[in-house]
Design a protein around this ligand. Structure first.
Ligand code: FES
Ligand SMILES: [Fe+2]
Length: 398
């Protein structure tokens, strides 16, 4: 974040807090419940996500040459490696012989991947290194029989993968700018200190919704973070398909006693970035939380939460981060339990629409954006089907 934006956001946050005012949208929004429950809509959303670069890990989870992790990303098995040259790459975790899962461990470090079925072996850059008893495969071309590569970007210490290989190959400029903001806020030279993952019985959008408004803080989080924030104050801005939310903390009035040159946004607010399509970065004073969403089914979502802290730390810090991570999990669980209850409530038919109030403007706009993405994808699908020149995607190593 550049200095001018940082100071302006703090001025705006201070103004709202002093006035006891709330940011208000121009109008309420009626959000159809069917957007959460229609299986055709859900499958189209999955196709949209599968054509996007998704946040899948923090760089420190693949720390050194030979490190790897495996993930399910929008239902596809993916292997992410750091090659011997230090570059992070992603591949479909599918053997080119007869399709077995090449790497079955969740994480580790190795020089090569040996398929557990017949031992075809791949290097960390995905290329095929050896075929057992190669005389049985005289036609195999080692130049093209490597693991299928996927678009993969490492930026601001976040690893992004497009699990279908189709659609987005690079991060859009707006997201690159957001990642530069994160770096400007000092979210670098960091490691994942603790992480947790769990499947919740709620549509993925119910989980996303909870991160786009602060109207619920004083109520749903009354036993956790509520005292840390003034009631229902936030400043939100769409940056491309991403949303930046600045949440002033109760310490905000201290700014009045300090010259603007001393103002630091991380000391007086939490800055939350909803990163399209599947991640949230919650920047706090000395660390950040990275939460990633993976839809498992229309009514089930896997949520992974990582506490990301400065690389350099003392033993004392470690106890602090443990307690901090536990507190974050307690707070987020408050949201996800309600998400599960909303999911169960949707089946009753009590609501055909939800109401996004004037405090919840980002929710209406985010859902409108998703609706446009879904419509755009349906158009693309129709035009691809009707085009006589449409061809299957090809995969090759550069
Ligand atoms: S399926 Fe991998 S070696 Fe046969
Ligand atoms: Fe919440």
């Amino acid at each position: 974040m550049n200095r001018e934006t940082e100071v302006q956001l703090l001025r705006d946050a201070l103004g709202l807090t002093q006035a006891g005012a709330h940011s208000m949208a121009a109008s309420e929004v009626e959000q159809p419940v069917s957007d959460y429950t229609d299986p055709i809509r859900f499958n189209t959303e999955l196709e949209v996500m599968a054509r996007s670069l998704n946040v899948v890990a923090h760089a420190s989870q693949v720390p050194e040459p030979g490190s790897f992790i495996t993930r399910e990303i929008v239902g596809r098995p993916v292997l992410i490696t750091r090659g011997l040259d230090g570059t992070v790459r992603a591949f479909l975790n599918v053997c080119r012989h007869r399709g077995a899962r090449v790497e079955t461990r969740e994480s580790g470090r190795c020089r090569a991947f040996v398929c557990p079925y017949h031992a075809w072996t791949y290097r960390t850059d995905g290329t095929l290194a050896s075929v057992r008893q190669p005389e049985g495969f005289p036609s195999v071309d080692f130049g093209t029989a490597g693991l299928v590569p996927l678009p993969c970007v490492e930026s601001a210490e976040l690893i992004w993968v497009n699990p279908s290989g189709e659609g987005e190959q690079e991060l859009p400029t707006s997201t690159v700018a957001v990642l530069a903001e994160l770096e400007g806020l000092g979210c670098v030279n960091s490691i994942v200190q603790h992480s947790d993952s769990k499947v919740w019985r709620a549509n993925w959008k119910l989980i996303a919704d909870g991160g786009l408004e602060s109207y619920h803080f004083k109520i749903a989080h009354r036993r956790s973070i509520a005292p840390l924030f003034p009631d229902n104050v936030s400043i939100q801005e769409f940056l491309g398909r991403n949303v930046r939310t600045v949440l002033p903390t109760s310490t905000m009035p201290e700014l009045l006693n300090r010259p603007e040159s001393d103002w630091r946004i991380r000391d007086y607010t939490h800055v939350v970035y909803a990163l399209w399509p599947n991640a949230t970065v919650l920047v706090q004073e000395g660390h950040y939380t990275l939460a990633t969403i993976q839809p498992v089914a229309i009514d089930q979502t896997e949520i992974s939460v990582a506490t990301v802290v400065p690389r350099a730390q003392s033993e004392q810090d470690q106890a602090y981060w443990r307690a901090n991570h536990d507190f974050t999990m307690k707070t987020l669980d408050e949201d996800f339990v309600i998400g599960e209850q909303i999911q169960a409530g949707m089946a009753t038919g009590a609501n055909t629409t939800f109401r996004f109030g004037l405090f919840e403007g980002a929710l209406g706009r985010w859902h409108e954006m998703l609706r446009e993405e879904v419509a755009g994808h349906l158009d693309l699908r129709r035009s691809t089907r009707s085009s006589p020149t449409a061809t299957a995607p090809s995969h090759s190593f550069e």
